[in-house]
Every structure is written in structure tokens, then in C-alpha cells.
Design a protein around this ligand. Structure first.
Ligand code: BV8
Ligand code: ZN
Length: 244
């Protein structure tokens, strides 16, 4: 692992200082220092569990109990976790800027707990569920769950309110995200591998409309060669150095 580099840090600081409309895209890496396993890479969730066994509609149809047990385990980890300096720096950015949007792939709820408010949770939220029968969406905060799989008031089977592989994004939400990015001057991408292509797509979209893009990641990712500058390092260490 290399250091972010003084020159790049200086460029990032300058860009953020003059930003008026800034977006942040986050992935699992921003929560890694809070003790939440990432999806890929060492210690990643997908190493011990096959995503296609658990985070797909067909897996849920086949075995809702197994899928809910996996989410129940992850919910326990999320509940015990605390926001780290990376989350806090992102929340601080929002308080400093006139126009701000946080786009997160994370479902852990840590951005909200650290004070971020304008958040597009494009993969949903692990603390929400929805009924497969009536479509009702509701908070589900109990951990561990007393009943697996949980049910809706109508008696229908509930599922996590999360976008699984093979499912589509919420179109309205994505439209709002693209609108914001079309006029953003600065984009910060933090802790995502880009293996799920959406962050790369959103970054290209913002850049093609004139945004300056900065990536923060201790390792190379699909974003490295897309963005204007890459800051090598952990979110919790790099972000406090570039946020005023
Ligand atoms: C869609 C559930 C169309 C949430 C997640 C074959 C079959 C089926 C589908 C497909 C297929 N081939 C392609 C597809 C499409 C599929 C897809 O992308 N597949 C990939 C894997 C090939 N995509 C879809 O199905 C999506 N739907 O495309 O619909 C559409 C398109 C446009 C508009 C409308 C419709 C739906 C994808 C939903 C995926 N859901 N999971 C859950 O249970 O949590 S994906 C899962 O990956 C997580 O949600 C996660 O957020 C996401 C992305 O991963 P990352 O966040 O990037 O995490 P990762 O572990 O990969 O990387 C961590 C990074 O952090 C690393 O780079 C690491 O170096 C770094 N890091 C580590 N420590 C730190 C750090 N960085 C900073 N600081 C640190 N300390
Ligand atoms: Zn229902």
C-alpha cells in the first residue's frame, strides 16, 4: 500500500475547498474501519458465502429462512459497529456545502448514524423490509430477529428492502442521482471496487458533465483509471486530511 501522495492530497483539498455542488459515492470500504466486512477482497463477505446463493431473488424463493439468517447475522454486525472518521468527514462535508448528495451502495445505515442527511441508498437498507404479498415497506430494527423469516402485518412473507443481483435499481431514485451528478462540480468516490458497475457508470456520467472526480481506496479498483486523481489510503485516514 502506498501513501496518498502530498501533491494529490493538495489537489483534492483545493478542489473540495472550491466545490459548490459535490457528490460522494461510497462502497463497503468506507465501513471497513468500523469492522463491517467488505464484499470482495480479504475477509470479504463473498469469500465465505456465494452471493448468488444469498443475495438474489431466486435464493430467497428457494430458502427465505437461510437468506434471512444471513441478513440477521449481518444486522448484528452493523448494530455493534460505530461510524468511523471516514463517515464523519462525509457528514461534515455536507454541512459545509450548499449542494450535496451522498450516494451509497451500503445498506448498513452508518452514514445516517454519523449525521449525513441527503443520502441516496441505491441498494436499499438492511433495517428496512417489505412485504412480498402487499408491498408494504416497514422498519425492522429488532436484532437478533425473534422470528425468521419475519412477516408483514398482513401475514405475507417479508424480504429485506435491498436490491439483489438480477434486480433493477429504483428508477426514480436513479433519475434523481443522475440529475444531481449532471451539474456536480466535484465527485468523491470512496471505498468501492467497482465490480458492480454502477459506481463506474455514475462517475463517467458526472465527469462527462464536467465534474472533477477523486477516488479514495487503499487498492487499485475499477475506478482508478476513470477518475482524475486517486488517493491511496484508508477512508478513515485520508478523508479527514482533505475535508476542511
Ligand atoms: C442492475 C446486495 C439493471 C446488498 C448487492 C449475472 C447475473 C445476474 C446479474 C448480473 C450478471 N452479470 C452482471 C450482472 C449485473 C449485476 C452485477 O453488477 N454483477 C456484477 C457482480 C458482475 N448487477 C445487478 O444485477 C444490478 N442491477 O444492473 O439492473 C439496471 C441498470 C441501470 C439502471 C436500471 C437497471 C443490481 C446490483 C445489486 C447488487 N447488490 N448486494 C447487500 O446484501 O448488502 S452488491 C454488493 O456489492 C453490495 O451492495 C456492495 O455495496 C456492492 C458493491 O461492492 P463494493 O461496495 O464496491 O464493495 P467491495 O467489497 O467490492 O469493494 C470494497 C472496496 O473497498 C475495495 O476496493 C477495497 O480495496 C476498498 N477498501 C477496503 N478497505 C478500505 C477500502 N476503501 C477505503 N477505506 C478502507 N478502509
Ligand atoms: Zn403485507
Amino acid at each position: 500500500m502506498t501513501e496518498p501522495g502530498l501533491e494529490n492530497l493538495e489537489i483534492a483539498r483545493g478542489q473540495i475547498r472550491k466545490a459548490r455542488r459535490l457528490a460522494v459515492i461510497t462502497g463497503a470500504g468506507v465501513s471497513a474501519e468500523s469492522g463491517i466486512p467488505t464484499f470482495r477482497g480479504s475477509g470479504g463477505l463473498w469469500r465465505n458465502f456465494r452471493a448468488e446463493d444469498l443475495a438474489t431473488p431466486s435464493a430467497f424463493q428457494r430458502d427465505p429462512k437461510l437468506v434471512w439468517e444471513w441478513y440477521d447475522w449481518r444486522r448484528g454486525i452493523c448494530k455493534a459497529a460505530e461510524p468511523n472518521p471516514g463517515h464523519l468527514s462525509i457528514a461534515k462535508l455536507e454541512s459545509l456545502l450548499p449542494e450535496f448528495l451522498l450516494i451509497t451502495q451500503n445498506v448498513d445505515g452508518l452514514h445516517n448514524r454519523s449525521g449525513s442527511r441527503n443520502i441516496a441508498e441505491i441498494h436499499g437498507n438492511i433495517w428496512r423490509a417489505r412485504c412480498t404479498l402487499c408491498g408494504n415497506q416497514f422498519d425492522l430494527l429488532e436484532t437478533p430477529l425473534s422470528r425468521i423469516p419475519p412477516r408483514c402485518n398482513c401475514g405475507g412473507l417479508a424480504r429485506p428492502h435491498i436490491v439483489w443481483f438480477g434486480e433493477t435499481y429504483d428508477e426514480e431514485l436513479l433519475e434523481d442521482v443522475l440529475d444531481f451528478l449532471s451539474a456536480a462540480d466535484t465527485l468523491l468516490v470512496v471505498g468501492t471496487s467497482g465490480m458492480v458497475p454502477m459506481p463506474v457508470y455514475l462517475t463517467r456520467h458526472a465527469m462527462s458533465h464536467g465534474a472533477f472526480a477523486i477516488d479514495v481506496n487503499p487498492e487499485d479498483s475499477e475506478l482508478t483509471h476513470v477518475v482524475n486523481i486517486s488517493l491511496r489510503g484508508k477512508a478513515g485516514e485520508v478523508l479527514p486530511q482533505i475535508v476542511p
